[in-house]
Design a binder for this molecule. Sequence first.
Ligand code: NAP
Ligand code: G4F
Length: 331
Amino acid sequence: MRALIFGITGQDGSYLAEFLLQKGYEVHGVMRRASTFNTSRVDHIYQDPHADKYVFKLHYGDLSDSSTLRKLIYQIQPDEIYNLGAQSHVRVSFDIPEYTANITGLGALRVLEAVKDYQEDTDRKIKFYQASSSEMFGATPPPQNENSVFYPRSPYGASKAFAYYMTRNYREAYGMFAVNGILFNHESPRRGETFVTRKITRGIARIKAGLDKKLYLGNLEARRDWGYAKEYVEAMWLMLQQPVAEDYVIGTGESHSVKEFLVAAFQYAGLPDWEKYVEIDQRYYRPTEVENLIADTTKAKNKLGWTASTKFEDLVKIMVDADIKLLGSEK
Ligand code: NAP
Ligand code: G4F
């Protein structure tokens, strides 16, 4: 089996690549050219092109660049494509809405269109996974499932909703095996440093090491359904192994506030007086907020046999421990 991953250098892309390599896949990934190294999450699985068994291959490309992604699909001839590439930061999407729509929204359409043409030209089939998001539910009250109404509250959420509907449309219009995994927030030690969980655990490590005195945050009342990213990539893969292409909600079924995460993380790190260190800064608030997300994962449980094993308390511990260890090794 051959898989092509857009967004391989991201949190999920790196876990998915590891997962598929363990399953015996040949894994191809698309990375952006950058002036600094952007492969730190996959460096540990990087292979020299001259290796005997060369099964992990990186290619330059960008979701804004139809001709290159089309060329890659024709050259690689993957059995499965996972589109995890996105401008994935909700707050930033208010600053760069057009770019977000181009990459997070139109990027998915560019891949779908290339897959459609490839299938028509070659008579081969490609299964397509779209990284849809609980941000699409936005203001719709929890719990949210596959039938809940979308009410996006950001350019990011609206762009993901566009990609979601295009994925469904290509499934219905052209009979493509195209699925949406509607994933709720999932975190890990590989989470980007500006998402709130990682910002907190990294901030704690720096405070404990005496490098920072304060941690500046925005809205502490928002609630999220936080799971462990390493487990969520299996659900992505399972969706593509089903006999019929369908969309699935993936989460833990629990919701916690940012404040709860903050308190649990500071306490676990041995700093119970968290208020001494945390300041609220308006710049981290969003013009419109998503207040509460809780996944109803009944369908995933029944059809995929998938449930989240790592819950809130364990996730906090994994992330705090990892950031304290990382800072220690950097020092
Ligand atoms: P992430 O860490 O931000 O990774 C995003 C990936 O997309 C990175 O590899 C990034 O490359 C790549 N990318 C960005 N712009 C691109 C472009 N113009 N062309 C090609 N690739 C581009 O996100 P993640 O947390 O792994 O999430 C994976 C996907 O799931 C994203 O689509 C995200 O929106 C979606 N999602 C995430 C969550 C969550 O809680 N993590 C929940 C629901 C849905 P660089 O490394 O070069 O920046
Ligand atoms: O960690 P966040 O930035 O994640 P958010 O906005 O929920 O988006 C993440 O999850 C989505 C799935 O629902 C993904 F689709 C998306 O790609 C991304 O991975 O913010 C979580 C909450 C928000 O309510 C935010 O207002 O934390 C609040 N928050 C409070 N202070 C903060 C901060 N968020 C960030 N990033 N930084 C803060 O200082």
